[in-house]
Design a protein around this ligand. Structure first.
Ligand code: SF4
Ligand code: SF4
Length: 447
């Protein structure tokens, strides 16, 4: 794609980076076929190619973002399906991230939208605030239909997504979990911001599986949200502050007792941490440190795939629909490892049709773009139900929450199933009937 930036514009390293990306796009449009918003809405401006044109025009004119541009960029899930499809290697993620920062700096959103975004940015990345907000949201849940009727759809969406019961808080930072038997490795577990509040069982399972296989786990003091939530809202300053804080916390451990990896259980966070090196590339004090952190980052299934995860005593034989989280399959290109781990642990793994399409979770997307998110969830659930699973496995807490809100089939993280199969407790989300159904099927097949 030809561009016409001036030399003065290209002196800005962010513009120079975006220009490089824009020049790799050859307008072929292959990406449109796998873009969830184009598939649903059929509008070229809601396709990757259309958005690339909008971003190019906005950046070339150094103009404030217009309402039209904001509408179509806001509708982008950052699912990165387009990056998997693109034959020219267009780095859409870095381009849309830059566009979001430009929008945040130059566009004044309507007051309610502005306020809602400010609240999400101030609450979600902080465990305690998020927990308190969910407690209030549970009480206000019955008001959701009324709020939707008076046009406050995102607030209604937020209330609907609030879980009916909150689990006990996850493990605090500062803990060290020793390896069972001979220590073979040492990792930092990134607890995350949302997981310890609504899905602490995921990190608990990860700690059990890792320590059971000889890996010491530390939850480093000072680590927090990966910065992804605010990063995807274009709040660059907040995002980079979170990144620097994590870099300091993890490198203190790496330079102290040592770390083989920084393990993430939420693939959305993992994709962000693996991008820290890029995010801080212009910061002389942090560029090299951030690159080191990115090189250490591993998704839990990616890390477990290197270990000799013990074979289970008896194969559970449970049919498991593997939902490939976008951030894992498109963002980190991890596709085989979770399925192989589950198979080795005795689960019957089924791919979900249209597995490349997002479930609609996408960080705060299912709050801010509720209509599209609901349509994507309905499509995802229908596809999942086609493979008649006993359970759904998804490697991202956002996907787990989003899909679980649309089906009665239990949805868990793959590491919870691997933990169960290798000696841990049965995931609470799985009812007894799941196991009984699997046992009945096995008995039927044996006849
Ligand atoms: S990131 Fe996803 S929603 Fe956004 S343009 Fe690419 S495929 Fe479409
Ligand atoms: S597939 Fe790649 S090169 Fe083709 S239009 Fe999409 S982004 Fe551009």
């Amino acid at each position: 794609m030809q561009t016409s930036f001036t030399l003065a514009q290209l002196a800005d390293p962010n513009v120079a980076e975006s220009e490089k990306i824009l020049r790799t796009c050859v307008h072929c449009g292959f990406c449109t076929a796998t873009c969830p918003t184009y598939v649903l809405l059929g509008d070229e401006l809601d396709s990757p190619r259309g958005r690339i044109y909008l971003i190019k025009d906005m950046l070339e004119r150094s103009a404030p973002a217009t309402r039209e541009v904001v509408t179509h960029i806001d509708r982008c899930l950052s699912c990165l399906s387009c990056m998997t499809t693109c034959p020219s290697g267009v780095h859409y993620m870095h381009l849309v991230d830059h566009a979001r920062v430009h929008i945040e700096r130059t566009y004044r959103r309507p007051p309610v939208n502005r306020m809602l975004r400010a609240v999400l940015a101030a609450v979600l990345p902080h465990n305690r605030r998020f927990r308190a907000a969910l407690t209030l949201a549970r009480l206000a849940k019955p008001l959701a239909p009324l709020l939707a009727a008076i046009g406050l759809k995102p607030v209604a969406a937020m209330l609907r997504l609030a879980p009916a019961r909150l689990p006990a808080p996850g493990m605090a930072t500062g803990h060290v979990f020793p390896a069972e038997g001979r220590r073979k490795g040492r990792v930092a577990l990134m607890a995350g911001c949302v997981t310890p509040v609504i899905g602490p069982s995921v990190n608990d399972a990860a700690i059990r599986v890792l320590t059971r296989h000889g890996i010491e786990v530390v939850l480093p003091e000072g680590q927090g949200c990966c910065g992804g939530i605010v990063h995807h809202m274009g709040r660059e300053h907040d995002a980079l502050s979170a990144v620097r804080r994590n870099v300091d916390a993890w490198l203190a451990e790496a330079d102290g007792e040592g770390l083989d990896a920084i393990v993430t259980t939420a693939s959305g966070c993992g994709t962000t941490v693996k991008d820290y090196g890029f995010m801080l590339r212009s910061d002389p004090a942090y560029a090299a440190k951030a690159r080191r952190v990115s090189a250490l980052a591993k998704d839990i299934c990616e890390y477990l795939a290197r270990l000799d995860v013990r074979a289970p005593a008896s194969a559970p034989g449970i049919v498991t629909a593997y939902h490939a989280a976008c951030s894992l399959q498109h963002g980190q290109k991890i596709t085989r490892e979770p399925k192989e781990l589950l198979s080795r642990a005795g689960f019957v793994v089924k791919d979900v049709p249209e597995g490349h399409l997002c479930c609609g979770s996408a960080g705060t997307y299912n709050i801010l773009e509720d209509d599209i998110a609901k349509r994507l969830r309905a499509r995802k659930v229908a596809n999942i139900e086609k493979v008649k699973p006993d359970v759904v496995a998804a490697g991202n807490i956002g996907c787990i929450t989003q899909i679980a809100a649309g089906t009665a089939i239990p949805v868990v993280h793959p590491v919870e199933l691997v933990d169960w199969a290798t000696g841990g407790p049965q995931p609470a989300a799985l009812s007894r009937t799941t196991r009984t159904a699997a046992a009945a099927r096995t008995a039927e097949a044996a006849l």
